[in-house]
Design a protein around this ligand. Structure first.
Ligand SMILES: Nc1ncnc2c1ncn2[C@@H]1O[C@H](COP(=O)(O)OP(=O)(O)OP(=O)(O)O)[C@@H](O)[C@H]1O
Ligand SMILES: Nc1nc2c(c(=O)[nH]1)N=C(CO)CN2
Ligand SMILES: [Mg+2]
Length: 209
């Protein structure tokens, strides 16, 4: 999504949740200052022209994994969905995360080649500062605010829809979704709001979920 297209959605999100644009920008700058490397070329190489499966972390994910043929597909995990995939024997090619679902197992996957695409925002600055310096493997940095050199904005808001936007932006041949249940009634009101925004943003890419 181009910056001009993203801006109205971003403004609406900031207003809806009461998030601060200044804090998001500050977080992006902190990430830019400490990022270990920029593997955007590798990420493009893996995604461009290939069929991708984006895995959200709905409770249905485990069942969806059992019913999915992952062969020859690029596996992109939204945050903690990576853990479920890994436990089922599928190490994701890419993890898209705002770091709240991160633990040492993400570093273990990263050591084995999984690209970590870590996102800075106004409410995760301590997580950015504590986890980013520990990353030794392939790494890409993102923001939802104005992009910086080496800090990208592909569009999207929650980890799941950002993953879908990233795949489209980088030229995936196709992007299918598993582990997405946007009407999940077990989530708290803030998460519900995020899932409704995900639905709206994914609609702009033609997904009716
Ligand atoms: N029913 C669902 N519950 C949770 N996540 C879902 C669901 N359906 C789709 N998703 C997508 O899976 C992503 C990863 O889920 P996870 O539980 O790891 O959330 P999270 O890290 O708290 O998400 P975020 O940080 O984006 O709020 C979410 O960002 C969301 O886009
Ligand atoms: N400022 C801010 N930005 C976000 C937040 C959040 O809690 N605060 N959560 C996100 C993932 O759902 C994505 N972006
Ligand atoms: Mg997250």
């Amino acid at each position: 999504m181009k910056t001009e297209e993203w801006e109205p959605y971003y403004s609406e999100i900031l207003n809806f949740f009461g998030f601060s644009r200044d804090d998001d920008e500050r977080a992006a700058q902190i990430l830019a200052d400490i990022l270990p490397r920029d593997d955007i070329s590798l990420l493009k190489q893996i995604v461009a022209g290939n069929p991708c499966i984006v895995c959200g972390n709905a409770p249905s994910l485990a069942k969806d994994i059992a019913n999915t043929d992952f062969s020859d597909k690029v596996i992109i995990a939204a945050d903690a969905a990576a853990r479920i995939l890994f436990k089922h024997g599928h190490r994701p090619d890419v993890i898209i995360s705002d770091i709240d679902g991160m633990d040492d197992d993400f570093l273990e996957m990263n050591d084995k080649g999984t690209i970590l695409v870590l996102h800075a925002h106004g409410d995760n600055i301590p997580l950015v500062k504590s986890w980013v310096p520990k990353v030794k493997g392939p790494f890409v940095a993102t923001t939802q605010a104005t992009p910086l050199t080496h800090v990208y904005n592909f569009g999207g808001f929650s980890d799941g829809d950002r993953a879908v936007f990233c795949a489209h932006e980088l030229g995936a041949a196709s992007v299918s979704l598993i582990g997405f249940d946007l009407d999940d009634s077990s989530v708290d009101p803030v998460k519900h709001g995020k899932l409704m925004i995900a639905r709206k943003l994914l609609k702009t890419l033609g997904y009716d979920i």
